[in-house]
Write a protein that binds this ligand. Structure first.
Ligand SMILES: Nc1ncnc2c1ncn2[C@@H]1O[C@H](COP(=O)(O)OP(=O)(O)OP(=O)(O)O)[C@@H](O)[C@H]1O
Ligand SMILES: [Mg+2]
Length: 149
């Protein structure tokens, strides 16, 4: 039996992340804390650190190749040794129906964890999924992360 540690942030909580290392470390902590089959939503403007956090999460599952946002493909599947990770970038999606037509639900079910960027249109569909907002700070060497849900 494995014990899942609590998520590193409670709903409503914020934290300053100093440098890429802490961005990766939060992703890695989430990897260990999210139960199998979880969805994680990420929002945040250009350069806020969404891909960096995802890289940390995927890396913690043992997938060491570079991670990039699937802006044009919409979805990437990383065959991590610790379990498949689905990475969705819904920025260019006008209607979430497009994602369902790409078998989103089946891919989520078949993944250890699914990270969905810009997925506001799916928040109601996955009501238990945590939402993290990433923001720039006056200090360019830091980012602010807030768990919205
Ligand atoms: N906590 C942090 N502190 C300082 N720099 C960071 C932090 N997290 C990420 N960065 C840096 O910010 C830059 C942008 O990060 P990243 O590509 O992860 O952002 P993004 O939200 O995915 O952006 P985009 O919307 O353009 O895909 C990278 O150069 C990365 O090294
Ligand atoms: Mg990105």
């Amino acid at each position: 039996m494995s014990v899942t540690p609590p998520l590193p942030l409670s709903p409503g909580e914020s934290r300053v992340l100093r440098g890429l290392h802490e961005q990766h470390a939060l992703g890695a902590a989430l990897a260990g804390a999210l139960p199998a089959g979880s969805v994680l939503f990420l929002e945040g403007e250009l350069g806020a650190g969404k891909t960096s956090l995802t890289q940390g999460l995927v890396g913690a599952h043992g997938f060491t190749e570079p991670v990039t946002s699937p802006t044009y493909a919409l979805m990437n599947v990383y065959p991590a040794p610790g379990g498949q990770v689905l990475h969705v970038d819904a920025y260019r999606v006008r209607d979430v129906q497009e994602l369902f037509e790409m078998d989103l639900e089946e891919l989520v079910r078949g993944s250890r964890v699914s990270v969905i960027e810009w997925g506001e249109g799916l928040y109601a569909e996955y009501p238990d999924a945590p939402i993290l907002r990433l923001e720039h700070q006056p200090d360019p060497e830091t980012r602010l992360v807030t768990r919205l849900r």
